[in-house]
Design a protein around this ligand. Structure first.
Ligand code: KG4
Ligand code: ZN
Length: 343
């Protein structure tokens, strides 16, 4: 039996979790505590690094205590500590990693430094027991990537955004239209009553042989449309949101479709290939439905882990720690590990 305490502080969630694995059954999430700072940042329309770092300092000890209490474990029962060491906002990373180092040193336990993206990449093995290789689409406020997940520590990025992250595009669009932060859920809500055919927004990169994403041109088109018809009625806002969402889903489908084809070519022997979606934008039903249809058509299994585990959380960090321990790839000297804002 391995039990790992995970700590995540790379952005605006303060999170701790205990995950256990015995050799025979599926892994078990014994606790998973996530404290969102959304309200503290809402007035600023985005995450403010200084506020985030302070909030992590104030909350982290209590969150770790709660995660241990919830799991029914004492610190002595824990085999290792896994903490996000990057990429992310450096203030938060320092708080999380230093706390993890202190706990590990005091309890004489190994410390495993985890790349946040590896946490997202391996989540589908925690939730769905997927076998390597599989394809991951990560769409959050900070990331828009397609990654071939080939093994523990073996990730190949096939596409990334050349400008805005997709969640960022949702958030900026919301802001332009006067919708509250975080924008994604509010754009989706407004889009529900809108006419997606009213505005012919561009589908950035659609049909391009280059694999990457781009959303800034779409954002500009939204701004121009909004400026042209201002002041906006509720109906205008709904129509812009619906048209924006349709453009995003269409562009995303084109990019992901290419990646599914590439996956077939690179892993011809892989039976039952899968596409995993992760990140906050994966909550969007229009986007999800588009990707699901694409997978059905291409013969891929569509895997969408529960939202709580594919937005930022510490269970994915604890799980990545377990994967690294099992693979003999736990960082040798993580006590000396310096947080990396870019990684
Ligand atoms: O993974 P996540 O919770 O964390 C960070 O990136 O930190 O993703 C948050 C992003 C935000 O940009 C938010 O607007 C977007 O995910 N998002 C959505 C929806 N729910 C959250 N975007 C579109 N539709 C949604 N329903
Ligand atoms: Zn994340």
């Amino acid at each position: 039996m391995i039990r790992v305490l995970g700590i995540e502080t790379s952005c605006d969630e303060t999170a701790a979790s205990v995950v256990a694995l015995d050799g025979t059954s599926a892994p078990e999430i014994l606790s998973n505590i996530v404290l969102s700072q959304i309200e503290e940042h809402a007035a600023f329309g985005g995450v403010v690094p200084e506020i985030a770092a302070r909030a992590h300092v104030e909350a982290l000890d209590g969150i770790i205590e709660a995660a241990l209490a919830d799991s029914g474990m004492a610190l002595g029962d824990i085999d290792a500590i896994a903490a996000t060491a990057g990429p992310g906002l450096v203030g938060g990373l320092i708080v999380g990693l230093m706390t993890a180092k202190a706990i590990a040193a005091a309890g004489n336990k190994p410390l495993i430094a985890i790349n946040h993206l590896e946490g997202h990449a391996l989540t589908a093995r925690l939730t769905d027991g997927l076998d390597f290789p599989y394809l991951l689409l990560l769409v959050s406020g900070g990331h828009t990537q397609i990654v071939a997940v080939r093994g523990v520590g073996d990730y190949q990025r096939w596409a990334t955004t050349i400008d805005d992250a997709l969640g960022e595009a949702f958030d900026k669009t919301a802001k332009m239209l006067g919708l509250p932060y975080p924008g994604g859920p509010n754009v989706e809500k407004a889009a529900a009553s809108g006419n997606a055919a009213r505005f012919a927004f561009p589908r950035p990169m659609k049909g391009s042989a280059q694999p990457d994403f781009s959303f800034s041109g779409l954002k500009t088109a939204v701004r121009q449309a909004a400026t042209a018809i201002a002041p906006l009625s509720d109906e205008d806002v709904a129509d812009i949101c619906a048209s924006f969402q349709a453009a995003v889903a269409d562009a995303l489908g084109d990019r992901v479709g290419r990646a599914l084809n590439r996956f077939r070519q690179e892993f011809p022997g892989k039976a039952d290939p899968a596409l995993v979606v992760a990140g906050g934008v994966a909550a969007n039903r229009t986007i999800k439905a588009t990707l699901e249809a694409l997978c059905v058509q291409a013969g891929f299994t569509f895997v969408a882990p529960p939202l709580k585990l594919c937005t930022d959380n510490a269970a994915m960090i604890a799980w990545a720690g377990i994967e690294r321990l099992r693979a003999g790839m736990a960082e040798e000297n993580a006590a000396d590990f310096v947080p990396r804002s870019r990684w």
